[in-house]
Design a binder for this molecule. Structure first.
Ligand code: AMP
Ligand code: FE
Ligand code: FE
Ligand code: ZN
Length: 286
């Protein structure tokens, strides 16, 4: 495997069919090679189930792989995503919490489907048809069933209408308290980075003071370069990361055809990856 060069293209945050992406882990690695990446990260929602397949594919393809997950966490009532890199997937507290979140997601999706089915022609079986065994179930899969039923044209339209966070069909699910999640990720040798902390269109976001609390709890970085951030937001977040001693990362948050995000559209600097690798002590980069 080639060492990481100072011009390496590094995209540490992407999704596969293990959650709400549309590429299998093997397809993701193929797409990463195609996109000219040197390092790709698999970061499915609340799951490490794609790690083994992605690792095999990465070894075959000769590309570096960062194994990670995007954890559903909550801080002072605000739902946030914690990109967690290179943690030990057998650490008991963290694994128990991920199981709990995935189970809660199934109950929650079922409840949302029961509500939506009163007004639109979808069924639970129809939603499950968009998942495979072990998939972390989310609103994108309900969106796929809504698209198939003809109620909406695509996932985007589903999210701005029927599936909206402030809409009548929305049901929340259990999420891990953020400070505990950060501690558990660190205890498992992982590196916790706040994913898209300024993505205001998704719902409420953390204040600078709340992010400072997470830094105090052991947060390692902020995902500054992300398509959900405008130029002003990126400047604010980069300054905040500097003042709190946090790393500034970037990533595509690629979901295959499930979202517009393209692999490598935002990347993490090789020097920042070097600092992540220095902090990581769970699993190695492949
Ligand atoms: P959930 O975690 O089940 O509440 O659903 C939120 C997930 O849906 C996030 O992880 C996003 O990746 C995904 N998502 C949000 N908006 C969209 C969209 N417009 N199109 C596709 N996926 C989306
Ligand atoms: Fe997603
Ligand atoms: Fe996210
Ligand atoms: Zn993501």
């Amino acid at each position: 495997m080639a060492p990481i060069s100072s011009t390496a293209r590094i995209d540490p945050h992407t999704h596969t069919t293990v959650s709400d992406g549309t590429d299998t882990p093997t397809e993701l690695v193929g797409a990463a090679v195609e996109a000219g990446l040197d390092v790709v990260g698999i970061a499915d929602h609340d799951s490490t189930a794609g790690w083994e397949e992605a690792a095999d594919a990465a070894r075959d393809a000769g590309i570096h792989l960062i194994r990670g997950a995007e954890l559903s966490v909550v801080h002072h009532g605000t739902s946030v995503h914690l990109l967690s890199l290179l943690f030990d997937p057998t650490a008991p507290e963290l694994t128990g919490q991920l199981d709990r979140v995935r189970n809660a997601r199934v109950d929650r999706a079922h409840k949302m489907v029961d509500l939506i089915a009163k007004d639109y022609p979808i069924t639970w079986q129809g939603v499950l048809a968009w998942t495979t065994e072990g998939t972390t179930v989310g609103r994108p899969h309900i969106a796929d069933a809504l698209v198939e039923s003809g109620a909406v044209a695509n996932r985007d339209e589903a999210f701005t209408s029927i599936l909206a966070s402030r809409g009548q069909y929305f049901v929340p699910h259990y999420a891990i308290p953020a400070q505990s999640a950060i501690q558990w990720v660190r205890a498992a040798g992982g590196v916790p980075v706040l994913a898209h902390p300024g993505a205001v269109h998704r719902g409420s976001v953390l204040s600078d003071a709340e992010i400072a609390e997470l830094a105090q709890a052991g947060l390692a970085g902020l995902e500054v370069d992300h398509r959900d951030h405008d130029a002003v937001t990126k400047v604010r977040l980069r300054n905040l990361a500097n003042s709190l001693g946090l790393l500034a990362t970037g990533a595509s948050d690629y979901h295959g055809t499930g979202k517009r995000n393209r692999l490598g559209e935002n990347t993490t600097a090789p020097t920042v990856l070097g600092e992540i690798l220095e902090q990581a002590d769970g699993v190695s980069m492949i």
